[in-house]
Design a protein around this ligand. Sequence first.
Ligand SMILES: [Zn+2]
Ligand SMILES: [Zn+2]
Length: 688
Amino acid sequence: MPPKKNTAKKRAAGGSAQRIGAPLGSPPASPAPAFRQVSVELELPIESHSVVVQRPNIFFVCLSCHTQSTLGASPAPYFGFYHDKPPAQGGQAVLPQFLRLNGKFEVASCTLLSSTPIAVIHFIIGAHDEVITPVPLLSSYLQHFFPNGGYMYLEVVFSVATHKQIDEYTRMQEARVAELTQHLGRTGRAFVFFSNHSEQDSGWLFAGKVKGKFIAMSVSQVLCTVLRPYASTLKGAHMVFLVCGSVLEYEDPFVELKDAILELMVASAVIFSATRFQPLVATNFLLAMAELVIVEHLDLRKAFPTLLSLSSRLGQHSKVILMTLDLAADSPRLLVTTFARAHPQTQPWGVEVPAQCPTCGSTNSWSEKVAVLAFDESEDVDARDRATVASYLYSCTYPDCGKNQGAPPHKISINKPPGSILNVGRGKTNNWFQSPSTIFPPPASVPPSSVSSASFDTQDKRASSSDGNHSVLISLIPSMSDWYNSFEEILAEYKDDFLEAKDPESTRRRQVLRTVRDAIVELQETQDNPVDVPKALKRAIRRYYFQFITDEDDRQAEEEILEGDEERDQSGVSPEEREVNARPKEAFFYKKKLIDWDVALKLFKQEIDDYDKEEQRKMGVPHSIKYRTGHARRWFNNMTSAQRKEVEEARDKWNEEGAPPESQAIYRKRNLKKTLENFSEEIRRTMG
Ligand SMILES: [Zn+2]
Ligand SMILES: [Zn+2]
């Protein structure tokens, strides 16, 4: 007899059972038709057809195959049974009607379930309850996916602090490894947990107890001893370390950990960063991992955002580090990626805002964050005005903060690190931030000390080329946005003067601005390494003080001034920049030969709009679109010779080149200067 086929099933609480009309032992009634017992989800049009479809030369297409073959193409009725060959190759339907689908498409995101043997191996220090973990729960959950066998749970308790213990441990594993190897066969895979403590001052792992006391040893020593007997079964396994985060905090232990993972050739490893990690908090995450990765065979790296979104409150407790084996390179390597919970007020981009003000000791005293924006001048018209947040500012709201020290209330700034917010969270407060992956071992040219900041290969960058500009900006932020940190004392000294003036146009406020600017410039000149300050320094100072203005009228007046400044800026752009910015992207714009008028409308849109507004204001009529063309004509006829020249040059260029090339590299490069200038000047505040 052939061995029972191992299949993994999601078992539902419902199902089919034999129905009887009388107590067992009564005389038998006629048996139910065979087909009904085979499938509860599909119904033949007429029961007698069950004989027809069991003839030879009948080709059956399962619902999954049918769905897959029609999804991308056009829809088609599902007949299930075909003569000789599948419908795609011209097979004719056997039955006169389609098959009726009684069930529904179920929750599984894929139809491939693991039918290969699975073993959950749980390595645990000391005693089975020394570390409290969700592994037993996971095991009993997984076990039910394998009603016909194919599942095995192995708990490996270790204590390997002395030579005697090591010998004993190694000897004891022989029989179990043999059993495990047989279970897994050639295709089986292991889902491995390693539950242990780590020593918080060194990151070493606990090896076992000697005279009732735990002994810690180096990570490589412990992993080597414990895992070596199982090495042959761990290849391709998914491994989860339920260990305190100290292992990650120290360089050597973390390197040893990664070395071990690489050497074992496990497919992936997951580890948590919380210093006092509590494995039970990861239960939801691990259940999702068991279901999606172990049973459904989804790629762990691709499914990871989903796992995180299902992880409940794990993110409030710990960051999650994913390491996956990459065999595509010349030699095996690990891709290491950190995921952290992102919360706009307490942990933007996964960077924690301190719980306590370091100046006054208040807790929960931070103001609503103030976003410092970087403007992203991308080629996408919609995105052009979309600003990206470069950093968040928080100030202490305790009224006496800094009084004893004679300092202004404490302020902290959190800069956006490289990386991106995953698009999986439910709402703003439950999101995850993914840092760029690093490679282990680090590429030869990179000195080991900068491993953690080395960014993952160019593929990643290409994938996110749409924010190429953005990443450039980010790297410049520290020097650009921190000017006010560097001159904080000066800014603080004049803050009250500025606020007391209460009117942006007042001589007093202007005077304050001048004084502050002069003081900053003077100090800057004495610096060995002068801090970059925005070119339009007075305006930047205005913007800085703006956040402290509480008087409503004053605020509004300042806002108008700041906005007005921006408009004036626009007319200050160079002809080249104007041309690049104004050039329409849509190919249809270039279909007919462009004349000066077409080009001027694009190139000087702002100027024409302003002129139109001004003229309509003079006319004293309500603003109306109907005068616009007339005003535009008049503006066009009165262009300065410089403007006319710009129009003619752009006209020739646009007619010759057509729509701008899709490769936006050139565009970006040209715009970089402007973007950076804009950025340095447009440090704005928004509440949010
Ligand atoms: Zn099929
Ligand atoms: Zn404070």
